[in-house]
Ligand binder design. Structure first.
Ligand code: PEP
Ligand code: MN
Length: 332
């Protein structure tokens, strides 16, 4: 159950009530919010006269549910706004990994030329093999910080494990929690304490229920800025890297109040399919897209097969703009 306490209750009283009810609590700027264990279905007597509203939830999808908050959440970074009533389709693009200063500045220049505000690039890479490039780590984060300063771009980069979660939170404008990291509750809880937007990717073997529950870990720790990202799930099919679950994305759009973005690059795994999927994603009405693009994909140190070259991406960007307009949205 979610309980909004009356404003102006002293923090010590809120903490005592939370303790008595075994509830989590945080303040959303207007109300102190108590979140009792999901087994609690009726308003507890202790807070019967102290609440400004309560929501008994019938599943473990609580704060993210439209039954709790029907108004879709708007999340902002820099001059970008996503979700809510914005009708923005936010393009987030860049290479899979930061590889060198030359590579990342070429990416930044291309994004700037297209009017894209948010650069993606990983520094801590969750690779399947220990013998593959693992990312530049802190050196990469420092390059991203310099790119932000020099080009005025906002930066999204991923956290791989809890050893560097605070470092990534400190450097990034948006923290990405990847498909493999989304089960790590120490990462989720640290992101819950962060005051920056978190882009949470769905694991490739994760049900929608588990995915939203991972988001609930971040939301219930007090960070209201969570963006969901569908990036493909594993099915029996092997000709593509993963299967792009647009049905799942439709479910998330309909049942949650969080922005939903789509990542055709990781779903497809091959550059040839990415432009068609990206255009379909814009027509779908997603809140944003994550697309991998590299100055020279052939020599990329991670995810080489799926990254678009700059010419292909530039053409795709123009086409996506038109599709966004056709469905009553704007590409930003
Ligand atoms: C990435 O965005 O480069 C990435 C590693 O994605 P995922 O976590 O979806 O595999
Ligand atoms: Mn990648």
């Amino acid at each position: 159950m979610i309980i909004h306490l009356k404003p102006n209750l002293p923090a010590t009283e809120v903490a005592t009530l939370a303790h008595s009810l075994e509830a989590m609590h945080y303040h959303n700027g207007t109300h102190a919010i108590l979140i009792t264990p999901s087994a609690v279905k009726e308003i507890p007597a202790l807070v019967a006269d102290l609440n400004d509203g309560y929501w008994a939830m019938d599943s473990d999808i609580q704060l993210a549910s439209i039954k709790y908050q029907a108004d879709l959440r708007t999340i902002k970074w820099g001059n970008v706004a996503i979700g809510g009533t914005t009708k923005n389709t936010v393009v987030i693009a860049g290479p899979c990994s930061v590889e060198s200063w030359e590579q990342i500045t070429q990416s930044a220049e291309m994004l700037k030329a297209l009017g894209i505000n948010t650069l993606r690039a990983g520094c801590y890479k969750p690779r399947t093999s220990p013998y593959s490039f693992q990312g530049l780590g802190l050196e990469g984060l420092k390059m991203l910080a310099k790119v932000r300063e020099q080009y005025g771009l906002q930066i999204i980069t991923e956290v791989k494990d809890s050893s560097h979660v605070q470092e990534v939170i400190d450097y990034a404008d948006i923290v990405q929690v990847g498909a493999k990291a989304m089960y790590d509750q120490s990462i989720l809880k640290a992101c819950g304490k962060a005051r920056k937007p978190v882009l949470l990717k769905r694991g490739f073997g994760t049900t929608l229920q588990e995915f939203v529950q991972a988001a609930e870990f971040i939301l219930s720790a007090g960070n209201e800025q969570v963006i969901l990202c569908e990036r493909g799930i594993r099915t029996f099919e092997t000709k593509t890297r993963f299967t792009f679950d647009l049905c799942g994305a439709a479910y998330l759009k309909y049942h949650t109040n969080l922005p939903v973005i789509l990542d055709p690059s990781h779903a497809m795994g091959y550059a040839y399919g990415v432009p068609d999927l990206a255009k379909a994603s814009v027509a779908f009405g997603c809140d944003g897209l994550l697309i991998e693009v590299h100055p020279n994909p052939k020599v990329a140190k991670s995810d080489a097969s799926q990254q678009l070259d700059h010419a292909t991406f530039t053409q795709l960007h123009g086409e996506m703009k038109l599709i966004a307009q056709a469905v009553g949205r704007q590409l930003v």
